[in-house]
Ligand binder design. Sequence first.
Ligand SMILES: Nc1nc2c(ncn2[C@@H]2O[C@H](COP(=O)(O)OP(=O)(O)OP(=O)(O)O)[C@@H](O)[C@H]2O)c(=O)[nH]1
Length: 342
Amino acid sequence: MSIAKVPCTIVTGFLGAGKTTLVRHVLENADGRRLAVIVNEFGDVGIDGEILKSCGIESCPEDAIVELANGCICCTVADDFVPALKSLLDRPSPPEHIVIETSGLALPKPLVKAFNWPEIASRVTVDGVIAVVDGAAVAAGRFADDPEAVARQRAEDSSLDHDNPLEEVFEDQLLCADLVILNKADLISQDERRTVAGEIAKTLPRAVKVVETENGKVPIKVLLGLGAEAESDLASRPSHHDLEGEHDHEDFDTFIVDLPVFDSPQQLVDRLVKAADAHDILRMKGFVDIAGKPMRLLVQAVGSRVQHHYDRKWPAGERLGRLVVIAEKGFDRDVIRGLIAS
Ligand SMILES: Nc1nc2c(ncn2[C@@H]2O[C@H](COP(=O)(O)OP(=O)(O)OP(=O)(O)O)[C@@H](O)[C@H]2O)c(=O)[nH]1
């Protein structure tokens, strides 16, 4: 008797596109389905796992969320990803569906390939790769090559590889997708939506549905149950990195800023906007200690767009403000620290 494989959905998308928001929406609408989540982050502090664990959804116990922080799973498939998947499958009551949220810098294809590894090939299948796109970031030209910058680089050094690393990661994620979620539709106009949809269509290698939404609010039956079996279909998912082998995220860097106590959320927001504008920071997220408040403030910035809310009481002994910063390499950590924390 053959045992049905557990379907797994890979959620990819660039930094801050809305992956965690979408995964949380899936958990909130699981309708009794036994789900588990593997969540991976590029930064050293597991913020996304915390956000998901603190969601307070009854059907989603904390041990259903497995965090793989500190690096991209696409590069640590053997050490982190496959063992994490196996340990979920080996549980006395294994999940009925597994959702994998990759880091915003991860390439999905190496992960899909891992599903062919003999250790897990007979037990799991990739139900679908969902690429979440930040509509506002695409509309702002975040992933497009800057022709002036390319020309400048070429003039300085003709042998230089001028590929835009943001564009490459963004495209690799789309090239592997079975479904594209055009998220943050609330932040862009009708015209911009058309432009963004056009850019996505230009990149997609085959017919793939694009669903527009905000805050990842797409019905769960659209997201899960795609039946793509992506691991058997690698040839139709080209990648910029097919010829280069492993990529090592050398274009990006992350560090942690220890934060002082702030008098108000606005005081911090002003500093984050200033830092993001001056240094082209891609992503900041963390928990902040606001004077006199028993709750911790969850702060998230995508570029210089900052959002915050009090998410839960500080756990005992953990009241310490910390922020993860991710940017393209070449920035001065101390300068950024100085702008945010002093
Ligand atoms: N306005 C708007 N904000 C959104 C939407 N979806 C997500 N956000 C916000 O965008 C920020 C990033 O969302 P996340 O879900 O954490 O994004 P992510 O892709 O998981 O981020 P990383 O894991 O850091 O790559 C958060 O502040 C969200 O509240 C949306 O549709 N509209």
